[in-house]
Ligand binder design. Structure first.
Ligand SMILES: *Cc1c(COP(=O)(O)O)cnc(C)c1O
Length: 403
């Protein structure tokens, strides 16, 4: 199994000098370079070590509950007019894909002898996943969160505290995710000797985008084997929502070399891309640097980083992972966007056809299914990344349905 994981990981594309095409890199302060260099070395060694993957695989099986199911959604299929299979990351412990990455980075932190975990979080989902693995590994954990988000996501703050983490409300800037990320980087510089910075998506400086994609590739590796087993062939398309891009990157990476498999990433169009209130970074942003790497970013007319907007807190990020930028430029992945209203309608459609309440992030992928079904035809096979469950969004959904 772990030998198999090692070989499968080795077959995934590696960044060249820390970059995917022109994107990625290490745009960080000089003081951070030693920490990043140490991490890169440790990751390279772990990635090529069957013992590392044995430890990760065992935790993913026993603690997370993997492999997650690939479920053939017959009533949703009839509704959209294609053969739709759902990759059920919502069934993982903690209810989403983020735990896959956190387990892997926690195992790496322990190998590196780091005694303390820090992380940034926006919606709180990554903070909860990090606090979860910190409890599991018996490590102290500090989470940076914009003061605005601490208020908006009170339930997740309570979860993190119950799990034993310390939550810092960041008062600088717009008091949201990007300020929390800056503060976490500052902590890392100051405490680099004993601290591991656990980034939650395929963003940040090299090697994070590479490492997180490899750790999340368990989604695509399993789905590929499961569809070959269940349908006897590769799918015609894979669809996933894109915030920072980790669940999409993890699903897509093992299919990149399969030219016949269309890959579709779905960003948040918020209130509509034309309104300026959206999070469609690849669709409407431009090339720039954010949080240590070069990729697409959302900017204001004056060049400053713009405020992203989406009904789903997990997609509400003005950047996107550098490998997605490369996939976009290569034309390998097609990126589309769906609005808040379209996502809400899709959430309801999945609930009514399959009895599954998905996260609002995930609902953006469901909302793109009609378009993808039209492209692959009625006998076409589509795999959808069902990134998370909807419990956390029920208040938001209920409020929107009343207005
Ligand atoms: C955080 C989150 C996302 C967005 O993050 P990615 O890195 O783009 O995957 C999507 N879905 C769910 C359920 C999430 O919690």
């Amino acid at each position: 199994m772990s030998r198999g994981t090692l070989d499968a990981i080795a077959s995934l594309p590696e960044p060249v000098r820390g970059r995917f095409g022109e994107f990625g890199g290490q745009y960080v302060a000089e003081t951070l370079m030693p920490a990043i260099a140490e991490l890169e070395l440790a990751w390279r060694a772990a990635r090529g070590d069957a013992a590392f993957w044995a430890e990760v695989d065992a935790l993913l099986a026993d603690y997370v509950g993997r492999p997650s199911r690939l479920y053939r959604a017959r009533r949703l299929s009839a509704s959209v007019g294609a053969d739709v299979w759902l990759k059920r990351e919502d069934l993982n412990h903690t209810g989403a894909h983020k735990i896959n990455n956190c387990i892997g980075q926690a195992v790496l932190a322990r190998r590196m002898g780091k005694r303390r975990l820090i992380a940034e979080t926006g919606a709180g989902q990554h903070g909860v996943a990090t606090a979860t693995v910190a409890a599991l590994f018996g490590l102290p954990c500090e989470i940076y969160m914009g003061a605005e988000d601490v208020v908006r996501q009170a339930l997740n703050v309570e979860r993190m505290r119950l799990l034993g983490a310390t939550v810092h409300a960041v008062e600088s800037g717009t008091r949201t995710l990007k300020d929390a990320m800056n503060e976490a980087l500052r902590d890392w510089v100051t405490n680099v000797g004993d601290t591991f910075y656990l980034i939650g998506s395929v963003a940040g400086p090299h090697p994070y985008p590479w490492m997180v994609r490899d750790l999340q590739s368990v989604i695509g590796r399993e789905a590929r084997a499961q569809i070959l087993e269940g349908a006897g062939r590769l799918p015609d398309a894979c669809v996933a929502c894109v915030g920072g891009g980790s669940n999409a990157g993890g699903l897509f990476a093992p299919f990149i070399a399969d030219a016949g498999v269309q890959l579709v990433g779905v960003e948040a169009a918020g209130e509509g891309v034309a309104t300026g209130r959206h999070a469609a970074t690849l669709g409407a942003g431009r090339v720039g640097v954010l949080h240590g790497s070069k990729s697409y970013v959302l900017t204001r007319p004056d060049g400053q980083i713009a405020h992203a907007h989406s009904i789903s807190a997990g997609l509400d990020y003005p950047g996107v992972g550098p490998e997605h930028a490369a996939w976009k430029e290569q034309g390998r992945v097609r990126y589309v966007a769906r609005t808040d209203d379209e996502a809400l309608a899709a959430l309801e459609r999945l609930a009514r056809t399959e009895g599954i309440l998905c996260a609002l992030e995930t609902a953006h992928a469901i909302a793109a299914l009609d378009e993808v079904a039209a492209a692959v035809g009625p006998t076409g096979i589509i795999i959808v990344g069902l990134s998370g469950r909807g419990d956390k969004d029920m208040v938001t959904v209920a409020q929107r349905r009343q207005t």
